[in-house]
Write a protein that binds this ligand. Structure first.
Ligand SMILES: Cc1cc2nc3c(=O)[nH]c(=O)nc-3n(C[C@H](O)[C@H](O)[C@H](O)COP(=O)(O)OP(=O)(O)OC[C@H]3O[C@@H](n4cnc5c(N)ncnc54)[C@H](O)[C@@H]3O)c2cc1C
Length: 424
């Protein structure tokens, strides 16, 4: 079986999804092959542009654009150095507008980062937060009286821990633990099941009724980020109306409900635009001729498919996603065997101290690309004329420590799709 596309994207994490969106926006016939949802299932749902640089100094930027300018000067090989500010800004604007049209609104302060409270009660700097978390950002700024709610049996989300840890920065917090207003078998409460249950008006009303008598002086109510898989903004507004106080979500541990909302919104809207998703499938090989990719071989449980294409975009992530593989003494790119920028020996993968603030050299490993986002081959030139790489798979960046995961995904996806179109 063979299908024909302009662009085949390998990877369904944020970078692959963003690339699919930018491609569909530009009318390219696009297919996405994704064996899993990648980092989206783990991410908090907030979108970082740049929080920290240099990593070793832990310098935190209020204005991420100034941070990016400094980063480009200090680390000219960082992928941000390949994308102009105007393209970076355009990538965010287009992407957030698309999400908003799907009912998923993000908020922030024009050119500035914001700070929110995490599920551990620590602070997190980021660029844009889901609207469901925004009242918490303002509440922290204004030190409002707030009640933090958790549920018996919920894993790794303790209102009392949040209150305790956040006390120095947000002293007017109070904790309460409730029984989830819906019977689940067993003692554990899973995020996704609770989110689904809260979509029922009856369960939502029961939750509102159990919170109402506890409000006291509280001007805000913080709950774990499990208020509905869909329509979260509406559900929170209904809770606020029934209780008489605004609600906000606090990022909870994986599986991430805000991450699932992102995935479902993107996949649903892109499918209706004609993007073909082959989910739960692996791209096992890319067929090439001279310096050209011609097709991608996709394997499912019971079939093999050939996707003929004019371009291939690798958004296969690092180790978690499966784009990179560690062999005994070296790191390999998993699909085409492309050269991987990496420390020379295995002993150099990690530093002596696990929590070294500078991070580990292995966290900067990945594919080096040219200014068109094409992976560099063994001869120092682009490996294939029509092969592009984006997202966390790229070398010379440590998105986790620099707090630039989403920004890197959006910027490089935008740049790669634009380069592909320009090359046609
Ligand atoms: C724990 C955690 C927390 C995070 N928190 C934040 C945050 O607070 N803010 C922020 O901005 N970002 C955050 N991120 C990062 C963000 O979600 C993205 O993961 C990251 O920006 C880039 O992901 P990616 O798409 O490059 O790769 P991944 O998300 O790793 O996706 C790789 C994709 O490639 C697929 N794949 C790989 N090989 C194949 C193959 N052969 N065939 C088919 N499919 C294949 C995988 O199945 C997966 O779909 C977080 C990520 C994690 C893991």
């Amino acid at each position: 079986m063979s299908e024909k596309y302009d662009l085949v994207i390998i990877g369904g994490g944020l970078a692959g999804m963003a690339a699919a969106f930018f491609a569909s926006q530009r009318k390219l016939q696009t297919a996405v092959v994704a064996s899993t949802a990648g980092g989206l299932l783990f991410a908090s749902g907030v979108l970082d542009l740049l929080g920290i640089h240099p990593i070793g100094e832990q310098r935190c930027w209020t204005n991420p654009w100034q941070g990016i300018a400094a980063l480009r000067r200090d680390c000219p090989k960082h992928p941000y150095a390949l994308v102009a500010d105007s393209d970076l800004a355009a990538s965010w604007q287009e992407f957030l507008q698309f999400l908003a049209q799907g009912g998923l609104h993000y908020q922030g302060r024009t050119n500035h980062n914001v700070t929110l409270i995490t599920g551990f009660g620590t602070l997190k700097t980021t660029f844009r937060v889901p609207r469901t978390m925004w009242p918490g950002v303002l509440g922290l700024l204004e030190k409002k009286d707030a009640l933090i709610v958790d549920f018996k049996g919920m894993k790794e989300f303790r209102a009392s821990q949040i209150v305790e840890n956040a006390r120095p920065v947000w002293p007017s917090l109070r904790a309460v633990t409730l029984s989830f207003p819906f019977g689940f078998p067993g003692a554990e409460r899973h995020n996704v099941a609770m989110a689904q249950a809260l979509q029922s008006p009856e369960v939502l009303t029961r939750l509102a009724s159990s919170i109402r008598p506890l409000v006291g002086q509280a001007e805000l109510i913080g709950v774990p980020s499990i208020v509905g898989l869909q329509r979260a903004e509406k559900l929170l507004a209904e809770l606020a109306e029934q209780v008489g106080v605004p609600f906000f979500e606090i990022p909870a541990m994986p599986p991430s409900v805000p991450g699932l909302r992102l995935k479902e919104t993107l996949e649903g809207r892109l499918t209706s635009r004609g993007v073909r998703f082959l989910t739960g499938r692996r791209a096992v090989a890319v067929q090439t001729r001279q310096r050209h990719c011609q097709s991608v071989i996709v394997r499912g449980e019971h079939y093999e498919k050939v996707l003929t294409t004019r371009g291939v975009l690798l958004a296969s992530g690092r180790f978690l996603g499966g784009g990179l593989r560690a062999e005994r003494g070296r790191l390999c790119e998993a699909i085409l065997g492309l050269p991987v920028y990496q420390p020379q020996t295995r002993e150099q993968w990690h530093r002596q101290r696990f929590l070294d603030p500078r991070g580990h050299p292995i966290n900067q490993a990945g594919l080096a690309v040219d200014r068109f986002m094409r992976p560099i081959g063994c001869d120092g030139h682009c490996a294939y004329e029509n092969l592009f790489a984006v997202g966390s798979l790229l070398a010379h960046q440590d998105w986790m420590r620099m707090k630039c995961g989403a920004g890197l995904a959006l910027a490089t996806a935008y740049a790669a799709v634009t380069s592909f179109i320009d090359s046609q």
